[in-house]
Ligand binder design. Structure first.
Ligand SMILES: NC(=O)c1ccc[n+]([C@@H]2O[C@H](COP(=O)([O-])OP(=O)(O)OC[C@H]3O[C@@H](n4cnc5c(N)ncnc54)[C@H](O)[C@@H]3O)[C@@H](O)[C@H]2O)c1
Length: 327
């Protein structure tokens, strides 16, 4: 059967029943994907070549589970997780493959080519890549490059709804639509990115903020902790509720964004012209790592991650009960 773009029929989504998912690469992101898919009742078959990876995956899923249970999953992970010692075995029956191996082009190409060689023709192959172009990844696929795309999550990937879906030069519209439907059915909030750019969209937005933050720290204007406090006590509180453009709309009162841009647009554009250009040096890295250690005084990485997850859960619950948010 062929789909609209001449490729195979791609029917991953709510109408196709519960999809069988292959997770290839089970590090930080792959494990979070596996936990999320299990929480939706999807059978998951996983593969990772690292010694001890199978054991680590079980532990990572157990660690993620309380948060997923709070979102409505059962109290224990279901017995739907199986393991394969090779890529072929992991993907051979899959409806959807989520690739989450290391972020190097050579490796992504080799792993995706092998997935493409063994996955059913109708399966979508999504790479979690944070910034590689899908055209580069699919170039190595000999069978069905048209079903290869980016499905970029956000850490912690089992909790944060956003997924960026990016097609490459050879990706079919049917594959993009199938991925959008698959992620939506899995409870995610996919956005379609219409051009291939290094870093997709959201990592570029973050990079823009980080560029200025690193510059301000390098110049001694503020410390790492002060930047974090400025965001978490300031615009960060708003950004989870209204995005940067809707925020400007609200800043204009009854005049909305048009009024904001009328009087604050020209100063904003002037600030763009003199934003900082930090130089990436060992001294800057040392400065940031040292100041980060000071910021962590009184807590631990594990406790901070747990606090983040608790508050994100509360925020997700509050947002889902709020009828007046845009989008
Ligand atoms: N960490 C993040 O915040 C984040 C967020 C979004 C997307 N991503 C992307 O997700 C992907 C994985 O990142 P991560 O942070 O989980 O890295 P990670 O280092 O935690 O995990 C990578 C895993 O890939 C495995 N691996 C190595 N060779 C492999 C092979 N040939 N086949 C299959 N698996 C192999 C490793 O053993 C490891 O378990 C990357 O593409 C990254 O850009 C990361």
């Amino acid at each position: 059967m062929t789909g609209p773009a001449g490729g195979p029929e791609l029917a991953v989504g709510p109408t196709a029943g519960l999809p069988r998912v292959a997770v290839v690469g089970t590090g930080v992101i792959g494990a979070a994907w596996a936990a999320l898919f299990l929480s939706r009742g999807y059978p998951v078959r996983a593969h990772d070549p690292a010694p001890g990876a199978r054991h680590r995956l079980t532990a990572q899923i157990a660690a993620a589970w309380p948060a997923l249970a709070a979102l409505g999953a059962g109290t224990e992970p279901p017995s739907l997780l199986t393991w394969s010692d090779d890529i072929a075995g992991a993907v051979t029956d899959a409806d959807f493959v989520q690739e989450s191996g290391p972020e190097t082009l050579d490796l992504k190409q080799a792993v995706t080519a092998e997935i493409d060689a063994h996955a059913p023709a109708a399966a979508v192959i999504a790479s979690s890549s944070s910034g590689l172009r899908p055209s580069q990844i699919q170039a190595a696929c000999a069978r069905h490059p048209e079903r290869v795309l980016i499905g970029h999550p956000f850490h912690p990937a089992h909790l944060i709804p956003l997924v960026e879906v990016v097609g490459g030069e050879r990706t079919s519209a049917a594959a993009v639509a199938a991925a959008m439907a698959f992620y939506t059915a899995a409870g995610k909030r996919p956005i379609q990115v219409r051009q291939e750019l290094p870093g997709h969209v959201v990592n570029r937005l973050q990079a823009a903020l980080w560029k200025e933050a690193y510059s301000l720290v390098q110049r001694g204007v503020v410390t790492v902790a002060e930047v974090d406090a400025a965001i978490t006590s300031g615009p960060g509180l708003r950004w989870a509720v209204v995005g940067p453009f809707a925020g400007q709309h609200l800043s204009g009162g009854d005049g909305g964004i048009a009024h904001t841009l009328e009087h604050l647009g020209p100063p904003m554009a002037a600030w763009w012209a003199e934003l900082g250009q930090p130089s990436w040096t060992p001294d800057l890295v040392e400065q940031v790592v040292g100041q980060m250690a000071q910021e962590m005084t009184g807590t631990t990485t594990q406790r901070l991650a747990a606090a983040r997850d608790r508050l994100v859960l509360g925020l997700l619950a509050a947002k889902s009960a709020e009828p007046d948010l845009p989008g």
